[in-house]
Design a protein around this ligand. Structure first.
Ligand code: ARG
Length: 464
């Protein structure tokens, strides 16, 4: 069906063209928001004297009934009616004669822009809850394995020891920034397009504030042309979840690596792994791999909407219909990834011994030794050189730096040698590592046990 009914046209649309233009199979997802917008618009029309109170009440009742039927799966969607807006309007008008007045002063252009903003508000609320759940799962494993020490990596080479909880909390921080971006996007989307009409408002006296209050928007759009062509709010959403997806993908990658036999730091719960159809011994981290893979889709949706918008002249163009599948799929992908990740994280079993073993090579404390020499008055560059030379020496002798003797440490004083031993000598690797981490007390954000403990407590409280 054509938006304006038969009026302008002598012939029906080409069947292929009609099918090509249909969107009801995906935009019916906006039905509840469309109905909400229609109720608000009806109130505007009452104030403008276009609908009587009686007519508006009949319309509201009709819309409520349609809502119920949709919720129960009883509503008869008609593909031939093109989109969600036409379906609802047609169903309403078939039941309530005054329904034919509802589209006064409104276009599907301001209508769909309103629906999408309402949808986005609700979606972001749900996303935030899902993100908090994942953060809680990360804090949970952090608490459960609070003592575990493992290597921190740069260039995927062992760098310095850290607490595993510190590693998890890094992702809690990322997710918190992601939440900030979504909240910010939601706040900016609280601008109501309804009343912009097709592009130039209306000659009728529409008090847009009536709808704004009912729909709980912060502001009215100030420019009718901008209002119907703006999809920034969706781009912002896609950008935020694309970055969130990248964060989940990096987390997934860490987990995939750490669960491999080469690292063997942890295992996913069986319920989050799969076997191989051929190799009987396999237990693969498919869920993490899928989360990593699906982040590609999120990035793709961002790029696709930006590409749709680029080059569109003002104002509404049908290209804009292409916004929906991108944002709907992004929203589903994002929500599902969060959910599976939270559950997979909670299922993790950590091998504390394997982590400790990997962190135990004394070379991981080379930086700490250099800093001990700095405390004894050596300029850092000299200290760096001295420790580097000792590492090389140990390598040549086929040993480790903690087994070198004083004479192997060329050009350092007795006191400095004591400082070196202070870092490297201990009755066990675990004791040596704990001491090294405790020494990081003074630096905000460092992985000392008491600082990390404080962070775990802080997050548990923030996320409650
Ligand atoms: N289904 C359309 C969309 O999503 C609704 C707006 C149609 N407006 C129009 N002038 N054809 O963009």
């Amino acid at each position: 069906m054509r938006a304006a009914g038969k009026g302008r046209f002598r012939h029906p649309p080409d069947p292929v063209a009609e099918k090509f233009g249909r969107s009801v199979h995906f935009d019916r997802r906006l039905a509840r928001h469309d109905l909400e917008g229609s109720r608000a618009h009806a109130a505007v029309l009452v104030k403008a004297g276009i609908l009587s109170r009686k007519e508006a009440a009949a319309i509201r009742k009709g819309l409520d009934r349609i809502e119920k039927e949709i919720a129960q799966g009883k509503f008869r969607w008609k593909e031939s009616l093109e989109d969600v807006h036409m379906n609802i309007e047609a169903a309403l008008t078939a039941r309530v004669p005054a329904g034919a007045k509802l589209h006064t002063g409104r276009s599907r252009n301001d209508q769909v822009a309103t629906d999408l903003r309402l949808w986005l508000r609700e979606t972001i609320q749900g996303d935030l809850a899902g993100m908090t759940a994942l953060q809680k799962a990360l804090v949970g494993v952090g608490q459960k394995y609070r003592e575990v020490i493992l290597p921190g990596y740069t260039h995927l080479q062992r760098g310095q020891p850290v607490l595993l909880a510190h590693h998890w909390l890094a992702y809690v921080e990322m997710l918190e920034r992601d939440k900030g971006r979504l909240k910010d996007a939601a706040r900016r989307a609280e601008v109501l397009p309804l009343g912009a009409g097709a592009l130039a408002g209306s000659t009728l006296k529409l008090d847009r504030n009536v709808a704004r209050k009912l729909l709980r928007f912060r502001e009215l759009s100030a420019n009718s042309m901008d209002a119907v062509s703006d999809r920034d709010f969706l781009v912002e959403y896609l950008a935020a979840v694309a970055l969130g997806g990248v964060h989940l993908s990096r987390l997934a990658e860490d987990l995939i690596l750490f669960s491999s036999a080469e690292f063997a730091f942890l295992k996913f719960g069986e319920a989050f792994t799969t076997g191989s159809s051929l190799m009987p011994q396999k237990r693969n981290p498919d869920m993490a791999e899928l989360v990593r893979g699906k982040s590609g889709r999120l990035t793709g949706h961002l790029v696709s909407l930006l590409t749709v918008l680029k080059g569109l002249p003002l104002t509404y163009n049908r290209d804009l219909q292409e916004d929906k599948e991108a944002v709907f799929d992004a929203a589903d992908t994002w929500r599902n990834s969060l959910e599976v990740m939270a559950r997979a994280i909670a299922s993790i079993e950590v091998d504390a011994g394997a982590c400790l073993y990997a962190a135990s090579a004394p070379e991981l404390l080379a930086t700490d030794v250099a800093e001990a020499l700095v405390r004894e008055g050596l300029p850092f560059r000299k200290a760096h050189q001295a420790v580097g030379a000792a590492v090389r020496k140990a390598e040549e002798k086929g040993t480790r730096i903690d087994r070198l003797e004083e004479k192997d440490w060329e050009g350092i004083s007795e006191r400095q040698w004591m400082a070196v031993s202070g870092v490297l000598q201990a009755h066990s690797p675990a004791a040596r590592l704990r001491k090294a981490l405790q020494n990081r007390q003074a630096v905000v954000g460092a992985p000392s046990p008491s600082l990390v403990e404080g962070e775990l407590r802080r997050w548990a409280k923030v996320l409650r």
